[in-house]
Design a protein around this ligand. Sequence first.
Ligand code: NAD
Length: 370
Amino acid sequence: MTDTKKILLLPGDGIGPEVTNATRKVMDWFQKTGRTSFEVSEDLLGGCAYDKHGTPMTPDTLKRALAADAVLMGSIGGPKWDNLPFKDRPERGLLGLRKGMNVFANLRPAPVFDALVNSSTLKPEVVQGLDIMIVRELMGGVYFGDPRGIETLPNGERRGTNTQVYTTSEIHRVARVAFELARKRGNKLCSVEKANVMESGVLWREEVTKLHAAEYSDVQLSHMYADNCAMQLVRYPKQFDVIVTDNLFGDILSDLASMLTGSLGMLPSASLGPVEASGRQAALYEPIHGSAPDIAGKGIANPLAMILSFAMMLRYSFNMAANADLLEKTVQNVLTAGVRTADIAEKGKPTVSTDAMGDAVLKELTKLAG
Ligand code: NAD
């Protein structure tokens, strides 16, 4: 038994509560079998928080997130809140949470499960065995840089401006996360920018190179322009192990990489903050999918992305690699046995509900744990 870890659970909107429900049962299994010791509390984020409190994230929710050892979120948003002013939209709640927690490194694994190799739009031989990790800088770059805005020029034309900006420390902290991850995986890191046309890209490349020489020369480092990386991800994705890139390129490339796997309902993510002197590190785990309003309330959403997000929490926040391995292996076995929610089923093949997928995971966990 380890120290009791505090987890804040934020089910959110749409299918969020449905996939959270299945995930909670998996969390409870780890508790009941004595493998972990968690204190789990729940709160509102997104549209449901707006409905109750008139804001998509209350200051108290942020306080609770900052006090937790890790936060696990379902999904937020939906048409019900689409016409609210920008500041009240569910997405502002999530952005505010990420900003408040200062989670600057977004980890998006894109593994292809053998049993789902035919779900990809690419040929099986291109994606079979694929296991990429994209590390995206999340708190800087063109989404946050000043100056920004839309202005009207003296000649009546309008001009929109955004500024791509990175400092040495912002580059080093995200590159460090990526180098450390590479060491635990295939020991290969590809740093991606547009140093051919952007000064911020030149700085990015120089600083990653310096950090590599100073602290990580054992890791195999390469550099690639973002446009080439997009092409290489589709041409020969298995050449990559860990990719590190900025906020804008990371946004696009991580979506591209996730689609190589062909299954949005399967993909987890983690967003990590700086490691404090005490060793504590803020961490937010969430499936990459949204609230799927088209299927919300039907009980057919795939809960595996959130269950795998919980596995990432076990691995990265709690250093429980054996438990994370057990859960990932369980998911693999369930898929190999042919259990499928509708999103990952082949046409005409039987499908199961969210709850039934959760139950299949619990059954296999019990079997594997002996
Ligand atoms: P989405 O990810 O919600 O849905 C895209 C498609 O994938 C839909 O057809 C949906 O049914 C399907 N899908 C997604 N997750 C699934 C799952 N677990 N199981 C089965 N099928 C699944 O993206 P969208 O439709 O563009 O956005 C819907 C809402 O979600 C919007 O309000 C958007 O702002 C929000 N959103 C939230 C997050 C988040 O919470 N992190 C991320 C993206 C979008």
